[in-house]
Design a protein around this ligand. Structure first.
Ligand code: NIG
Ligand code: FE
Length: 393
């Protein structure tokens, strides 16, 4: 069964290796067969197919790849957000508040909350979602967070080392032993990735040595590393991510020239999370500096109850353009092909023969409208490969 997708005013393939090269085709068509893209080109020379979908002159992009999200939590922290907007700085302490609400929720309550967030993301053009644990912080609660996350995506990340939970505050070493021992053993079967909040500037998060222990244990258990680093100040996170061969280091709000040099010489992607700077009233990293240094970048939402309770990749693209100095093309590339690189995937994030049929369709004639019309619900998902779908049921 082949499907011709046509009526595409502008096809953004994101096939190029460089962020500025989004590979545009005007008046385009795509052929989908067995859930994968089988042909891409000008509609005027498209092959015959069994059925057709007419998109009526809309722009089409690869579905957004949201490579960083914390969706398994209960409750919210609107009061903490309000306090931040009038000057209270973020320090990670609120994670314990979300932990308590998450532990108190039933499996079915958590599942319904995750389902609603996934649906919200899909409705805005996101077709792949990475989901972290990190609000359980006990063997039982981390395992169940990942088990529930696994029902929605194969990109699940064990983040037992999010913060030291309140009941173990005086016992950091014992908590690291728990994370790298019984908690990892329970969680590894449900996870693809291991992550750590490496942030010596937060009294709740982890030092460089503690973070190295967590990542090394995760790798030994068969997980692939990724890191939260350099969010609250200059620090060791980026260097550690490169040292450990992480697929991505996320935040990078405070990156030194040496950090950028190390990233450029590595295969580690720098994932920028502009919604966090927005929601914590922090300075944005300069995206141009990363690109000039030759660093591969991604953009993700970091959707979570503390530092960014937005699930909207179009909003992240608009922020990256307005506040981080990226062109609309660079921001779109980072939100698609960049996110795929941050998840070490080559079957998503681009519209190319062999890739999964995951698209974002815009209620607009060109991709620039994502940044040009911020806050307007222009994007929706079109997924023609349900069997292989990531991030939704
Ligand atoms: O990526 N920085 C650490 N973790 C999350 C925030 C979690 C929270 O505050 O609830 C982040 O920003
Ligand atoms: Fe995060």
């Amino acid at each position: 069964m082949s499907t011709l997708v046509h009526g595409i005013s502008q096809l953004v393939t994101c096939q190029g290796a460089e962020p500025a090269d989004v590979g545009l085709i005007a008046e385009a068509a795509v052929v989908v067969q067995d859930g994968r893209i089988a042909w891409v080109g000008a509609a005027s020379v498209a092959p015959e197919c069994d059925e057709a979908i007419d998109l009526g002159g809309r722009a089409v992009l690869p579905g957004f790849v949201d490579s960083h999200a914390h969706l398994v939590f209960a409750g919210d922290r609107a009061g903490e957000f309000t306090a931040r907007m009038t000057g209270t700085p973020y320090d990670g302490g609120g994670i314990g508040v979300s932990m308590a609400a998450t532990r108190a929720a039933t499996d079915d309550e958590l599942r319904a909350l995750v389902a609603a967030r996934v649906a919200e993301m899909r409705a805005q053009g996101t077709t792949t979602i990475e989901i972290k644990s990190g609000y359980g912080l006990s063997v039982h609660d981390e395992e169940r967070a990942l088990r529930i996350a696994r029902e929605f995506t194969s990109e699940t990340t064990f983040l037992g080392a999010h913060v030291v939970p309140p009941e173990m505050r005086g016992e950091r070493a014992a908590y690291v032993d728990l994370v790298t021992g019984p908690m990892l053993a329970a969680c590894a079967p449900q996870a693809r990735w291991v992550d750590v909040f490496c942030e010596p500037n937060s009294p709740y998060a982890f030092t460089e040595d503690e973070s190295r222990q967590v990542l090394a244990a995760g790798i030994a258990a068969g997980l692939l590393p990724r890191v939260h680093g350099n969010q609250l100040g200059p620090g060791p996170g980026i260097g550690l991510a490169v040292e450990m061969g992480a697929a991505s280091v996320d935040h990078c709000t405070f990156a030194s020239d040496d950090d950028l040099e190390a990233l450029a010489a590595s295969s580690t992607v720098a994932t920028l999370l502009p919604g966090v700077e927005f929601s914590t009233r922090s300075p944005y990293p300069d995206g141009r500096r990363f690109l000039a240094a030759g660093v591969r970048i991604a953009i993700a939402s970091d959707c979570n109850p503390g530092t960014c309770y937005s699930s909207s990749m179009p909003f992240m693209i608009a922020l990256a353009v307005r506040e981080m100095g990226l062109s609309p093309a660079e921001a779109v590339w980072a939100a698609t092909a960049g996110g795929a690189a941050a998840l070490r995937r080559n079957d998503i994030g681009r519209i190319a023969v062999g890739a999964l049929a995951h698209f974002a369709v815009l209620e607009a004639p060109s991709y620039e409208h994502l940044a040009y019309r911020p806050g307007v619900p222009l994007a929706r998902s079109l997924v023609l490969s349900e069997g292989a779908l990531e991030g939704a049921r």
